[in-house]
Design a protein around this ligand. Sequence first.
Ligand SMILES: [Zn+2]
Length: 359
Amino acid sequence: MKKLYFKYGNGKTADLCQTAYNYREGGAKIVVMNADGNQTIASHVETNGKKILTLEPNAPINEYLFGQGFAFKTQNVDAILVDNAHMLTENHIEQFFYLCKTFGITVITYGNRLNKLGETPKASMRLMELSDTIEPVDGEDSFAYRANLQFYYGAMNASKTAKLLYKAFELEQKGLKVITIKPSIDRSATMISSRIGLERKADIVINPSDRLYGYGEYFAKEHVNFILVDEAQFLSAIQIDDLAKINHDFNIPVRCYGLKTDFLTHHFEGSGKLLAIADLKKLRTICHCIERNGAEFNARRYKNGEYITEGSQVAVDDGKEIAYDSLCDRCYITDVQGYEIDKPEKVLKKLMDKGIVKC
Ligand SMILES: [Zn+2]
């Protein structure tokens, strides 16, 4: 299936203009939209005092966005580029997502992860929850010159814990000092265990209300070289902030591993904060259909195979009643959400029934 992208960071508009140019140069048909409603998209980049990177949006963003897909399909549109995507509504994001998947049109959105108050705009968060690809426009990590805070995210079974344990092993082989942290909410009380059998005792197990910043000085005194966090989605936003401050003040790299979203495609508190501030690395895994795109979403199901579409955000797989599947976009949208993705009229009807598309 085609992909939904979220691109953030410096040089967004210049990248959008360049991407539009590249698509057109290659003979592709594109649609350009601007969420701030301006008639011209202009990059700040200047050459000899002249703004040369400008574009005219050629389609509106409205409450019937998904419906425009029928016309785009007839016109053989290959991609939609959206500027200022952080200004969209969550309904717009849902519509872009289904438009992309139903009509087979790539959607590339450009927006900010944080606003001026340091908060994540709702639209940006929804885009990160649903996007296949989240990346900085310039491809750079935020603190390339020093230790950074990283979020290695993936769906269930992306062997996140195994990768954490392997990383710890590798670092210690080099004589470096590693601290491992895990939240108490997880299955096993003190062990960090991967499904394939690797395990190690966590150095620090944190409860939901614990603060972490206080460890910073101790880590520095003990010459800790690396902090690895398992199941980071279950940390609170404050705990992630504490880790970010430890990373910043004591210059210790922090690498968090965790799920991006829950069984209903929404972020957890910890993963939401990490999506907003960390350098992001996606870990891939496969869907049972072996679709080439790999699994993006987590589905909760009963042991008999029936998918569950409501309930509390956290329900740990106890080996008895509940299980999880990591699914690709197509399997999740059709098997869990029940959309007939190959019948655009039916998808439109369902989106209208849900109040996501309005005439
Ligand atoms: Zn699949």
